[in-house]
Design a protein around this ligand. Structure first.
Ligand code: HEM
Length: 194
């Protein structure tokens, strides 16, 4: 994993998440996220592991088709930067696996906080050393929950699992994306309001 530039999961240099274990448990309870979802995500990880590049093709295609979204991948001149897109893509692929395979513990929470900061003006453009738009607006992060979820279903179904199991994996994925997207909103919210 060290081979992915800018991927600092587990690094001691990361600040801790402002949320603790109890906060996470209460959020999971609010999302109806249970141990069954962790199990379904582990299974999803097995199903998706060899499909990561195809999934990223779909998501990048979606972003590329919308100028108002690809804008946030603009390089110093404001035009979509192939280098920036490619650098983020590697970590995005790893994120698919992390979402399915990592324990949701303090390290995971710390990296969620980091990803939030990387979308926000406090850290966007720093990891890869380029980027023009100062931050991704929070509203688009929340909006993305839907495409990132709905487009995954065909990939979950591709290995011939019964419909009911595909549905369980898909629901678990949906909850995991909501959980992470909301954690990434932290830096956008006024102190004390999160
Ligand atoms: C970075 C996922 C919403 C633009 C990333 C990374 C991931 C990710 C996994 C890499 C994190 C890392 O550095 O390890 C997601 C998910 C979203 C979402 C799951 C919503 C559910 C958006 C939206 C945009 C966007 C709406 C704008 C079009 C970017 C950019 C970066 C990035 C520009 C690089 C930030 C930097 O300079 O470090 N995203 N993202 N993301 N995302 Fe998102």
């Amino acid at each position: 994993m060290q081979s992915i530039p800018g991927y600092t999961y587990g690094s001691p240099a990361l600040g801790p998440s402002p949320l603790n274990h109890q906060d996470l448990e209460l959020l999971k309870a609010s999302l109806l996220f249970t141990d069954d979802d962790h199990a379904a995500l582990r299974q999803a990880g097995e199903v998706l592991a060899d499909q990561v590049e195809e999934i990223l093709d779909v998501w990048y295609g979606f972003v590329a088709a919308h100028p108002h979204l690809v804008y946030y991948f603009g390089g110093p001149d404001g035009n979509p930067s192939p280098e920036y897109l490619a650098a983020v893509r590697k970590r995005f692929g790893q994120w698919i696996l992390d979402t399915c395979q990592r324990p949701y513990d303090a390290q995971w929470l710390a990296y969620q906080h980091e990803i939030g900061l990387r979308h926000h003006r406090s850290k966007k453009n720093q990891t890869d050393g380029f980027g023009a738009a100062p931050q991704v607006p929070m509203r688009y992060i929340v909006a993305f929950i839907y495409p990132i979820t709905v487009t995954l279903r065909p990939f979950l179904a591709k290995k011939g699992h019964p419909q009911e199991q595909v549905e369980r994996m898909h629901q678990a994925w949906f909850k995991a994306v909501v959980l992470q997207a909301l954690l990434w909103c932290y830096p956008y919210v006024k102190e004390g309001d999160f």
